[in-house]
Design a protein. Structure first.
Length: 197
């Protein structure tokens, strides 16, 4: 009886483990201007908030997110830069991605602890900045989560897929706002945004 109570309590705690990583919006607003108003683009490396730096699992997750940026977002930006008129002065848009909050459960923890390790979750913000003026053109927020049980059933597969999904959201937002300033989804549901902590 006591063991059953401990297991149920541990599962309840694990289910709440990522509630502190809470998204704030379902839909990101449109940038102040379309990205094609700029003639050159600089994509910075993904930064990790200092509160999560030095934690092995989160550092590995940040490195994996960077790999996805290198393949998904860099290809978009490189294409725009190749298409730009050479030799002309052009406005530069700096794209600065940052992991604001992250809890990543790796495959080892999933193997040994399963759902008791809790859910994985990540919030990223990306600043799109006019380099010359320093003016903020847009700062969308992106959210993804891997539930404790799905992470356990896939032995970390869903946790890793979460890292790819969040970069897909960033790539889609970046592409979507090139020709027209329209905003885009954050990846969060109304239920999570409106959840009471």
């Amino acid at each position: 009886m006591r063991l059953s109570f401990i297991v149920v309590l541990a599962l309840a705690i694990a289910g709440c483990a990522t509630r502190y990583i809470k998204p704030t919006t379902v839909q990101n607003p449109a940038p102040t201007e379309k990205f094609s108003s700029f003639g050159r683009f600089e994509l910075q490396r993904v930064s990790l908030d200092s509160a999560y730096a030095g934690q092995n699992a989160n550092e590995r997750a940040a490195a994996r997110i960077q790999e996805h940026f290198d393949s998904r977002v860099s290809s978009i930006v490189d294409g725009w830069n190749r298409a730009a008129l050479q030799g002309q002065a052009a406005r530069v848009l700096v794209i600065a991605p940052r992991i604001e909050h992250i809890k990543f459960i790796g495959g080892g923890a999933r193997f040994w602890v399963g759902p008791l390790a809790g859910s994985s979750a990540v919030i990223m913000k990306v600043r799109y900045i006019d380099k010359a003026s320093g003016k903020l053109v847009s700062e969308p927020e992106f959210f993804q989560r891997a539930a404790a049980w799905s992470g356990a059933f896939t032995v970390g597969g869903q946790d890793n897929a979460m890292l790819a999904r969040i970069v897909t959201l960033v790539a889609d937002y970046t592409n979507r706002n090139y020709q027209d300033a329209v905003g885009g989804p954050s990846g969060a549901s109304e239920e999570l945004v409106n959840a009471v902590e």
